[in-house]
Ligand binder design. Structure first.
Ligand code: TRP
Ligand code: SF4
Length: 400
């Protein structure tokens, strides 16, 4: 079983930049060597806001996957796929919609926030309201344990936990659940079974999360056990019934420390971004023309790094010596701004150079990317269809 599976998606609405790298993808690259990871192109989610410009999605989806590969996502470690090619996500979305109260969706903060922020788009659609529920289907269908997301997405994870809980409550109850769970525990063998009950008591009486964790891994590691019994043993730990859809947890990604070239959040629409596959010439030009502390009008005017976006780049990229050199040189007007930017230019170029190199074979032969995605879709579909069999069963759809 995959007690620690990670699932995350990204909307293909524009080219990726350094902000995406430092805010999300760098974290994915780390996670893929610690967990089984599923990363996907959330193209249906892109359509919730870009339904009137469908060409945007095709233009960006493949490039986004190339950017992931360039940044170090390794298809041998991670499963990469496209949401719209695993139709089971849509089926689960539909079935979950039967049990999701409208108020839960209307209360998700991003619903109103984004409608106001993207006022030039008509987002009073059914699809946009259902955005977090589709996201719930994306995650629950793989029994994910963790979802790496930024702060803004935490309410979406909360919603999917509530939906999973409601689903399990509605469909995980069965006649004689407790007896069946106890019988399953007996079949674990006496030593394991004793440990299982001890851990369960420690969790239920003292609320020890670590006991719950240990008991879960004990159950996950069991071999020769039916799916139904495993779900019962997991469900019995927490009281309720069978856990058909386990609740995932948010893995909060620290916000990117890297602002845009002008000090605002890095974003393509603010025109302050450095693309992940930008050439050294363009990188150099962009950083050389970056605004600096407005107080430094002339070379001889002292400045304050705190007022300067270049300093934020030094905080991410430079060592202590360089940072001291910046602090002293800026405040005493001992260095010029172009001089100050040079080490940043070098670091950014050095960071992006291997990415350009890794992207090249995929640009030369897009079949490679298509094959990676086709493989990933197959793997994802195999897992998703297994979950759907149980969900259909639980919801009474396996008749005749
Ligand atoms: N809503 C996410 C975002 O805007 C993208 C997304 C779609 C996602 N489905 C997901 C993220 C499932 C994590 C898990 O960033
Ligand atoms: Fe910014 Fe460096 Fe110029 Fe100071 S010297 S204003 S930190 S670019």
């Amino acid at each position: 079983m995959f007690a620690d599976r990670v699932v995350s998606g990204m909307r293909p609405t524009g080219p990726l930049h350094l902000g995406h790298y430092h805010g999300a993808i760098k974290n994915w690259v780390r996670l893929q060597s610690e967990h089984p990871c599923f990363f996907f192109v959330a193209d249906w989610h892109a359509l919730t806001t870009h339904y009137a410009e469908p060409e945007v999605i095709g233009r960006n989806a493949m490039d986004m996957v190339i950017d992931w590969l360039a940044a170090g996502i390794d298809p041998a470690l991670s499963t990469l796929f496209v949401q719209s090619r695993v139709l089971e996500h849509a089926e689960l979305h539909t079935l979950l919609s039967m049990v999701t109260p409208l108020g839960w969706l209307e209360r998700v903060p991003t619903y109103k926030d984004q409608q106001e922020k993207l006022a030039d788009r008509d987002l009073s659609t059914y699809g946009f309201l259902g955005y977090p529920l589709l996201q719930a289907a994306d995650v629950l269908i793989y029994h994910a344990a963790f979802v790496p997301v930024g702060e803004d997405q935490v309410p979406h994870i909360e919603l999917m936990r509530e939906v999973a809980r409601r689903f399990n409550h509605l469909y995980g109850r069965e006649p004689g659940f407790e007896d069946k769970a106890k019988a399953a525990a007996k079949r674990m063998g006496s030593k394991r079974s004793k440990l299982y009950f001890e851990l369960r008591t420690r969790y239920q009486e003292k609320g020890e999360a670590s006991s719950l964790e240990s008991a879960r891994s004990l159950v996950e590691e069991l071999q020769n056990i039916s799916k139904g019994d495993r779900d019962r043993l997991l469900g019995y730990l927490e009281g309720g019934g069978r856990v058909i859809l386990p609740e995932p947890a948010a893995l909060l990604t620290e916000a990117s420390k890297l602002p845009g070239l002008d000090g605002q959040k890095m974003s393509k629409s603010y025109n302050n971004a450095i693309g992940l596959r930008e050439s050294p010439d363009v990188i150099t030009k962009k950083i050389r023309t970056m605004p600096t502390d407005p107080a430094r009008v002339k070379r001889t005017d002292p400045g304050d790094p705190e007022q300067c976006p270049v300093w934020q780049f030094h905080r991410l990229y430079s060592n202590d010596d360089t940072r001291t050199w910046v602090q002293n040189g800026c405040r005493s007007a001992g260095i010029g701004c172009l001089e100050c930017k040079q080490p940043v230019i070098e670091k950014v170029i050095a960071e992006l150079e291997p990415m350009r190199a890794r992207a090249q074979p995929y640009l030369d032969d897009p079949t490679l990317v298509r094959n990676i995605i086709a493989d990933g879709c197959d793997k994802a579909r195999a897992q998703a269809s297994e979950t759907m069999r149980e969900v259909r069963d639980a919801m009474g759809l396996n008749y005749a």
